[in-house]
Design a binder for this molecule. Structure first.
Ligand code: 6LW
Length: 515
């Protein structure tokens, strides 16, 4: 279905891809758009999305879905940084940096859903590499700094350079460059000011990718710094044009909540905003929470709230920190269930078994059916549902030794905050995240001013029992630090357990305020 240009304006809501999906890069092939994001320490890496209108996105897969492409060496917020996706000469090209192992590399595929090639490493320093081709077929790779080199992307060889082309307007970290040939100019889009509240997008242009580049007269072309807009940290952007000639920017931004300084809990998300060209320079923003949509309008079927693990493969949304060893999970062992085997004794250190998905909505409900499986005499099981930022920041609803427990790990502190005996056999574990729902008065008084959200943990063995409500600020980027966001998932740290299903649903405005 496609609206005519003069049809009443439809609106879309920002972010267009919620949850930890930072550093978006987009390309168009005909009427189809493809978008990739950073994935850091998670495997598989670099989620790839498809859309026909820039608004509705569906995850096709992950570009780096084989351990050979992504060695499991990353520390939290290490691993795979900002990718660029381009389509050239009948192929998709993705360039990115593995900051934990090997640096910059390129993978290619004829089909966006893959399989993607093994990495071709390229000996260039820096992060945030870009790819652009000129009319003579030369391939240009710009990267943070901002520098550019002429490269052979097939062989991974630097042919010329690198040399500096623009150091930005003087703010910290000129990075995230993308080069575009538009009309008679080469435009250079960059991010500056750091990825926090001072984040900006700036632009320059020149006659050649070699430079020289002249800055736009009104830099930054986009920033929300020093505003009280609900969307903050706007930056790290990429441009795309539609078949009807309009221009759009995808970018990362955050939605901080709670009392000053505000806490963002979903990491940096992907937003969409229109671009207008005025006197040869882009005019962009501010980025609105709701905005008239591009002309094309192609809604996609929203993902089913329940994954019942009946498919032969894990859906692409499922990610695991630092790799997912073959022997640690199975969909065959107990068909229709995800069976996990412990690979490490604690979520507090790398090497544990965890399969989760990004929290994509500020208000959401997650429920899992934990089925310990046939009793294995003498074998204990420790398994549960965890909301994690990293190994040092997570809230767990854990079942072991005949009890359900809520455990809070916040920096160096680890505490069991609630405990409840539970019967043997299958149990439903539930966590809700609610903005605008204060903590119960006793907890609230102890914590003080408002956090971004309240997480409530319940267990249901026939009758739902709420075990604990916890302040969400301790699972925010402002507390945990780093480049990622919340991931909610199933884990096993002792023995083997199966999960019958996993529900994920946004809680919308009309839902009752009960946790
Ligand atoms: C990324 C850099 C940035 O490489 O944060 O916001 C870094 N921008 O461009 C990690 O996402």
């Amino acid at each position: 279905m496609r609206t005519e240009p003069d049809a009443p304006a439809r609106c879309y809501d920002n972010p267009v891809i919620g949850g930890f999906h930072p550093d978006p890069s987009v390309c168009r092939v005909g009427d189809d758009y493809y978008l990739v994001c950073s994935s850091f320490e998670y495997f598989p890496g670099v989620p790839i999305m498809h859309s026909r209108d820039l608004v509705h996105w569906r995850q096709l897969g992950n570009v780096l879905d084989r351990p050979e492409q992504l060695p499991p060496k990353a520390s939290s917020s290490g691993g795979v940084y900002a990718p660029t996706i381009r389509h050239h000469d009948g192929r998709f090209w993705m360039i990115t940096t593995n900051v934990s192992a090997g640096g910059n590399f390129i993978v290619t595929s004829e089909r966006p859903e893959g399989p993607w090639s093994d990495p071709v490493w390229i000996d260039l320093p820096g992060i945030d590499p870009d790819l652009a081709w000129d009319e003579d077929g030369n391939c240009w790779c710009a990267f943070s700094g901002v520098q550019v080199a002429r490269i052979d992307p097939e062989a991974g060889v630097v042919l010329e350079g690198p040399w500096p082309i623009w150091s930005g307007t003087g703010l910290q970290y000129p990075e995230a460059p993308h080069l575009y040939r538009i009309g008679e100019w080469w435009y250079l889009l960059i991010a500056e000011g750091g990825t926090e509240r001072g984040h900006t997008v700036a632009m320059a242009r020149g006659r050649s990718p070699r430079g020289p580049f002249e800055p736009a007269p009104d830099n930054p072309v986009l920033t929300h710094r020093s505003t009280n807009l609900p969307i903050q940290s706007t930056g790290h952007a990429d441009l795309v044009s539609t078949p009807d000639g309009s221009w759009w920017m995808v970018l990362l931004a955050t939605r901080p909540k709670g009392f000053t300084p505000g806490y963002h809990v979903l990491g940096r998300e992907t937003f969409l905003t229109p671009v207008e060209w005025v006197d040869g320079w882009p005019r962009v923003g501010p980025v609105e929470p709701r905005h008239p949509a591009p002309n094309a309008w192609h809604p996609v079927e929203p993902p089913a709230p329940r994954d019942d693990f009946d498919a032969p493969d894990l859906a692409p949304q499922w990610i695991s920190p630092r790799g997912r060893p073959d022997g640690s999970w199975s969909l065959d062992e107990r068909p229709g269930r995800l069976t996990l085997h412990a690979t490490g004794p604690t979520l507090d250190r790398p090497g544990h078994t965890f399969v989760g998905r990004r929290q994509q909505h500020l208000d959401c409900r997650v429920a899992v059916r934990l089925d310990p499986g046939p009793a294995r005499a003498g074998l204990s099981v420790r398994a549960g549902l965890s909301v994690r930022m990293d190994e040092a920041h997570h809230y767990d609803l854990e079942v072991a030794e005949g009890h359900a427990r809520v455990i809070a790990r916040i920096g160096p502190l680890r505490q069991c905050v609630a405990e409840q005996p539970v019967p043997d056999g299958p149990l439903t574990l539930v966590v809700t995240t609610r903005t605008g729902v204060p903590l119960p008065p006793s907890d609230g008084a102890a914590v003080g001013l408002a956090g971004p959200d309240t997480l409530t943990f319940s267990v249901d063995a026939g009758e739902p029992v709420a075990l604990a409500s916890l302040d969400g600020r301790y699972l925010s980027t402002e507390v945990a630090a780093g480049f990622t966001g919340r991931v909610i998932g199933m884990y096993v740290t002792e023995g083997t357990a199966s999960f019958d299903w996993f529900d994920y649903e946004e809680i919308t405005g009309d839902a009752p305020l009960e946790p």
